[in-house]
Design a protein around this ligand. Sequence first.
Ligand SMILES: [Zn+2]
Length: 345
Amino acid sequence: MKAARLDSFGGSDRLVYGDLPDPSPKKGEALVSVRACALNHLDLWIREGNPAYKIELPHILGNDAAGVLEAFGPETSVPEFSVGDSVIVSPGVSCGECARCKEGLDNLCDSYAILGANAGWGSYAEKIAVPARNLILKPARLSFEEAASYPLVFLTAYHMLATLARVKKGSTVVVVGSGSGVGAAAIQIAKHLGATVWAASSSEAKLKAAKELGADGVLTSPPDRLSKAVRKALGRGGVDVVFEHVGGDFFTEAVKCLRPGGTLVTCGATANAEVALDLRYVFFKELKILGAKMGTLEELRTLSRLFDKGKLSPIVDRVFPLAEAKEAHDYLAARKQFGKVILTP
Ligand SMILES: [Zn+2]
């Protein structure tokens, strides 16, 4: 099969497009013929050799995949699926046996890992072998490119807003970094849950796109002025929920945007993982600061039904052929996209 593989860590020029043997699915696995996969920032960190991920080389990146079920491994079947079905693949791999997995909290399984990261080869390839229980039927109304665009980012945003922060009708939500894949997903999900949504970004073009996605208001602000911008736009009270994934100065300011009893939920630190936090805000206002890691398999099934019913729309920025994975990485690193960057084998 053709794949874009990494033989060494470093710049985007380390992505090598060429031939690798087809993977053969083991017991419990399925083989998927990949029609589209999506880029995530995680790919850039792994490619650069981030020590947080113990990756054996050669490696294939890619957390999100949409494609066609080609075969099951030996002694493996899943009643709802037949060879030839169009599927997406849940990117989170867990043991399926431990107490947390049995409770449906598979994202908190001790062995939880992500396809294309610490759970083996990913989807920058014509074929991928995945745990059979990670298959989900592709929403019929979506193209493969659209279907590959939503698993990781929409799952993360849904877990953060619906499950952890309990956003509901009437909630006020600020989405920080609203132009990223996860930020754009958060705008749609918060609107779907009935919230009033304010999108924050320093890019006018991305704020325009955020409004088109349904944001009720926009906050143009450099990272160290976010709370001032919120007070100016919404008055002194503060908001119910801040959706955060940038870290650094944004996190510090995001805490100051919350009303008493408000919730900050975070899933990332693309700018800086070390943050300054004034604890007086946290205890005097009884703030809740929640961490989020991906989401559960069941949440991804719920989301897929929402896409199937047209309640949510995928956000594809640009599609590159797999052979141009290098160009796609450079494009993502330049942060000019709104929504997801997709590769097609
Ligand atoms: Zn487990």
